[in-house]
Design a protein around this ligand. Structure first.
Ligand code: PRP
Length: 208
C-alpha cells in the first residue's frame, strides 16, 4: 500500500491524468470535489494544499508527493526529489515596474514583496544584496503598484498578470515545474514499489 500526497489546484488535473494513464487511479477530481482522502484499495491519495505536500511526505504519512519546484524550494523539507514531471512549467522571477527596468540591482535595502520569503531571501543573500522581505499571501503584484515594495519575487507563467499591471520580469531565479518527491525512509523500505512508480512516471515524461 502506497500513499500519495497530491497538490490541489493548478496541478491536480494533470496529476490525475498521469495517474490514470499509469493505472494507479481512475478517479477524476474537479474544483467542486471536496474529498480530501481517496483510496482505491491499493493506493491512498491525500489532496493537500500545495505548500503542505512536502510536510506530509517529510513526516512519512505520505510515501510519494507531487508538487511544484517552487514549493520544494520554499519549504526546504527533508525529502528526495526524484523526477521532473515536465508540466506546470513556469519561472520564479524578480519583477519590477516596466519603468524601473533593472534599477533594483543598485538599490540598498531593497523592499521585496513575495509569497516565497525563503526563496527571495536566499536569492538576495546569494548576490549579497541587502533586502527587507515583505510576506504577502496573494496578488503580490500590488506591492510595487501601491508603493509597498520596490520589486516582487513571484511565479511567472504566461506573464499576463504582470503585463496587465504595468510590471515585467527582470530576472529569472529558478525554472519551475511539477516534481515527484519521495519520503526518504519509504525510498528504502518500499524500494521496489516506489521504483516501479518512478519508472512509470519516467516513461510518461519521455513519451511527451
Ligand atoms: C500566480 C502568481 C501570479 C500569477 C502568474 O498567482 O503569483 O500572480 O499566478 O501567472 P501568469 O504569469 O500566467 O499571469 P495565483 O494565480 O496563484 O494567485 P494569487 O496571486 O492570488 O496567489
Amino acid at each position: 500500500m502506497l500513499t500519495f500526497a497530491l497538490s490541489k489546484g493548478r496541478l491536480a488535473e494533470k496529476i490525475f491524468a498521469m495517474l490514470k494513464k499509469l493505472d494507479i487511479c481512475d478517479i477524476s477530481v474537479d474544483d467542486e470535489d471536496r474529498r480530501l482522502v481517496i483510496t482505491n484499495g491499493e493506493y491512498t491519495f491525500f489532496l493537500a494544499k500545495p505548500s503542505d505536500v512536502p510536510t506530509f511526505v517529510d513526516n512519512g504519512v505520505a510515501d510519494i508527493g507531487v508538487v511544484g519546484k517552487d514549493t520544494i524550494l520554499e519549504e526546504n523539507r527533508d525529502i528526495t526529489e526524484v523526477l521532473d514531471l515536465g508540466f506546470g512549467k513556469c519561472r520564479m522571477c524578480v519583477c519590477a515596474k516596466v519603468s524601473d527596468g533593472d534599477s533594483f540591482k543598485y538599490k540598498s535595502n531593497l523592499r521585496v514583496a513575495t509569497k516565497y520569503p525563503n526563496i527571495a531571501k536566499s536569492y538576495f543573500d546569494s548576490v549579497h544584496q541587502n533586502c527587507t522581505i515583505i510576506k504577502l499571501n496573494g496578488s503580490v503584484e500590488l506591492g510595487p503598484i501601491v508603493g509597498l515594495s520596490d520589486v516582487i519575487v513571484d511565479i511567472v507563467e504566461s506573464g499576463r498578470t504582470l503585463k496587465e499591471n504595468g510590471l515585467a520580469p527582470v530576472l529569472t531565479i529558478h525554472d519551475l515545474s511539477a516534481r515527484l518527491i519521495v519520503n526518504n525512509a519509504s525510498l528504502k523500505t518500499k524500494y521496489d514499489d516506489i521504483s516501479q512508480i518512478i519508472k512509470g512516471f519516467e516513461t510518461l515524461v519521455k513519451e511527451k
